[in-house]
Write a protein that binds this ligand. Structure first.
Ligand SMILES: NC(=O)c1ccc[n+]([C@@H]2O[C@H](COP(=O)([O-])OP(=O)(O)OC[C@H]3O[C@@H](n4cnc5c(N)ncnc54)[C@H](O)[C@@H]3O)[C@@H](O)[C@H]2O)c1
Length: 323
């Protein structure tokens, strides 16, 4: 399957990620079939499409007419056979290995032998997800970031048998829909983005546990310092700008003082065990009771959209690579 042959995109799982990803493909002219095993999932997916489209129109990213056109390209189904004419399926169902494995065995039996099989797992093993499929050479990871209709990054991850031309097609497809793909060269848990994110979270909760700062201080350090730079430069570029000698020196006394925890613990674990999951439950590290959750999401999207308009492509060209 080459890039030009892809006309029909299947999205499995109409949730937070799937519904949003579907709209982007539709925006770039693809016919999109959204499958979900649950009626409630399909209904939520339709609702999410409406919300996301409204925020894009409000932000002036697309016109009301374009939004109406996008919606005509989307169809929803609760029948897995509805995916049979797809040229690529991007699966975004529940993050459980058994659920994903089961989906892919069923989906592979329905689609053509050329259809590309891609999973949006956050970090499960790509090899394991496709372990029970007959043809693993056409399967890979295609990992998006939330909210996918705004965040540019997509990670393309090979399993041990993925044909490079399949990964290349998924990479090219990502570029075609306005994204910034990167290759992940081997099937490592969490890939690249979520490994870095997990390292930051581990240190953030450790800093609070050690009484070095509270959550607001940690988030402030990130938003107004590190994150400000990271929107433009990656960690390796930041070090090159600041001086490798300086950062090497810091590493020699600081790395040994950082958290090397192997499992979540302390207050982070306690907050989780209390069922406080953040905006979706009205409380996490912060309070989102009443209308604070909706306001926090709206404020987030407004900031992300403004950031996306800056098109932070980095300075790759300055040192000889495209990014
Ligand atoms: N939410 C994020 O920030 C994020 C970011 C990147 C990747 N992901 C990954 O994307 C995937 C989906 O996450 P989400 O946040 O959209 O979850 P979600 O709970 O919002 O949506 C999951 C959807 O999958 C459906 N579903 C469950 N089992 C199914 C099955 N067997 N067949 C078909 N549909 C099924 C559910 O009905 C639901 O609509 C997960 O693998 C997750 O790790 C999530």
């Amino acid at each position: 399957m080459t890039l030009d042959e892809i006309k029909v995109v299947g999205i499995a799982g109409a949730g937070t990620m799937g519904a949003s990803m579907a709209q982007i493909f539709a925006q770039y002219g693809y016919t999109v079939i959204i499958y979900d095993a649950f009626e409630a999932g399909l209904e939520r997916g339709k609702h999410l499409v409406e919300i996301n489209q409204a925020s894009l129109v409000e932000a002036g990213d697309i016109t009301a007419e374009q939004s109406a056109e996008i919606k005509t390209k989307l169809s929803f189904t609760g029948d897995i056979n509805g995916l049979k004419d797809c040229d690529i399926i991007v699966e975004s169902v529940l993050e459980r290995l058994d659920v994903k494995q089961d989906f892919w065995v069923k989906a592979e039996a329905v689609v053509s032998p050329d259809c590309i099989l891609a999973t949006n797992t956050s970090g499960l093993s790509i090899n394991k997800i496709f372990a029970n499929c007959k043809d693993k050479t056409r399967a890979c990871g295609m990992h998006w970031f939330n909210p996918p209709h705004i965040v540019p990054l997509i990670e393309v991850i090979n399993n041990d048998e993925t044909k490079q031309e399949i990964a290349d097609t998924v990479y090219q497809l990502s570029l075609k829909i306005g994204k910034k793909p990167i290759y992940v060269k081997k099937d490592a848990l969490g890939f690249i983005g979520n490994r870095i994110q997990a390292a930051i979270l581990r240190e953030a909760v450790y800093i609070v546990e050690q009484g070095i700062g509270d959550y607001k201080d940690v988030d402030g350090a990130m938003k107004y310092g590190l994150g400000f730079r990271y929107a433009c430069l990656g960690p390796c570029e930041v070090v090159d700008q600041g001086g490798l000698d300086v950062h090497h020196h810091i590493a020699t006394y600081l790395w040994e003082d950082l958290s090397d925890a192997k499992y979540p613990s302390g207050e982070f674990e306690a907050i989780y065990q209390a069922g406080n999951y953040g905006v979706k439950t009205g409380k996490g590290f912060y309070d989102y009771s009443g209308d604070k959750a909706d306001k926090a999401i709206e404020a987030r999207d407004a900031m992300y959209l403004a950031m996306a308009k800056c098109n932070p492509t980095g300075v790759g060209e300055a040192h000889g690579y495209e990014n």
